[in-house]
Design a protein around this ligand. Structure first.
Ligand code: ADP
Length: 324
């Protein structure tokens, strides 16, 4: 076994730390003098701007996944469509902050649309009367543009996204985040500190490797005090579009996401099957809920959305400051 160093290498202590600018990791950092002066410890004015802008948004939900490719964006789009369709008197917004891979314009069928700027901010693109979307994808001239962006630029973009979109009154704002726990998550959770985050919904597939990453995601939420509304397992079973028979794709040798959720004391919200018709609809930007309304996947989604609505109400009772 390789020797484990007795002390881990020192990392940036963070701008809010007492040690900011003074740790050995700060030597040579261009922000060292700013951090050591304490100026960086002042609250970021962006937090107040975001709070003000999102004051008419009742519930802010983060969609997280430990890994890419587990269907996070697909599930985020389905939950948004389902919440909007089942609650016609409520408004739903989707904010796609997956800066390096914004896929909401495609899955929600508005690829190539333009956002407009007015005196009151950026206007989101409307998919339905009560469902709107803002995505970095609308602002990039090429999909590969943002891939090379580094931390500060991403941070600035997320601040602008959270503070400058003119959503109006929203009941649910669904934030589609990148996989893992990266700059974007830290930026989003710190800018949303004042406005409050209702909770996170974590998407995973059943294999152990994806579940291991989910544990890190749960750990992240607990560290930054974001309530976890629940875990959704995606693509665990296959539904044959012809005979409607189901088959387990990944043998659940360890009990999959349900067992992991029980173990970690988070709610298991449900399993969405791998459904080729769903993949096709999303790839073509069609609304799966209206294209295949009798699919068992749609009834599963309806059940999950109903529970999410209840969980949001419960969170509001537990922490009324999260939704003003
Ligand atoms: P992520 O956002 O986690 O990277 P995506 O949502 O982009 O993943 O999904 C990756 C691929 O898997 C897409 O082609 C999508 O259509 C497909 N997919 C996701 N969920 C399902 C599902 N339940 N059934 C069939 N295909 C799915």
């Amino acid at each position: 076994m390789a020797d484990v160093p007795s002390e881990a290498p020192e990392h940036c202590p963070g701008t809010q730390s007492e040690n900011a600018g003074k740790a050995s990791a700060c030597a040579g950092c261009p922000n060292q003098s700013l951090c050591s002066s304490g100026a960086a410890r002042q609250p970021d004015p962006g937090i107040a701007l975001v709070k003000e802008r999102l004051s008419l948004v009742q519930n802010k939900l983060l969609i997280l996944s430990g890994k890419g490719g587990v269907g996070k964006s697909t599930v985020a789009s389905l939950l948004s469509r389902c919440l909007a369709a089942n609650n016609p008197d409520r408004n739903v917004g989707v904010l796609d902050i997956d800066i390096c891979g914004p896929s909401q314009p495609r899955v929600l069928g508005v690829l190539g649309e333009q956002v407009h700027q007015s005196g009151s901010g950026w206007s989101p693109v409307y998919i339905e009367d009560n469902l709107s979307l803002m995505s970095i994808g609308f602002l990039l001239s090429s999909p590969s543009d943002a891939v090379i962006w580094r931390g500060p630029k991403k941070n600035g973009m997320i601040r602008q996204f959270l503070s400058e979109v003119d959503w109006g009154n929203l009941d649910y704002l669904i934030l589609d985040t990148p996989p893992g726990t990266s700059d974007e998550h830290l930026s989003a959770t710190s800018y949303l500190k004042g406005a409050g985050i209702t909770g996170a919904i974590i998407i995973t597939t059943p294999p152990q490797v994806a579940l291991l990453d989910v544990r890190k995601e749960i750990d992240f939420c607990r560290k930054v005090n974001v309530p976890i509304l629940g875990v959704i397992e995606n693509m665990s079973i296959f539904v044959c579009p012809k005979c409607k028979n189901t088959a387990e794709i990944f043998p659940a040798s360890t009990g999959g996401a349900r067992a992991m959720s029980n173990e970690l004391n988070v709610e298991f919200l449900g399993s969405i099957p791998l459904d080729p018709l769903l993949a096709r609809c999303c790839d073509e930007g069609k609304n799966f809920l209206t294209e295949i309304p009798n699919s068992p996947t749609v009834s599963t989604l309806n059940g999950i959305c109903k529970r999410i609505v209840q969980k949001c109400e419960e969170e509001k009772e537990n922490c009324p400051n999260n939704s003003q």
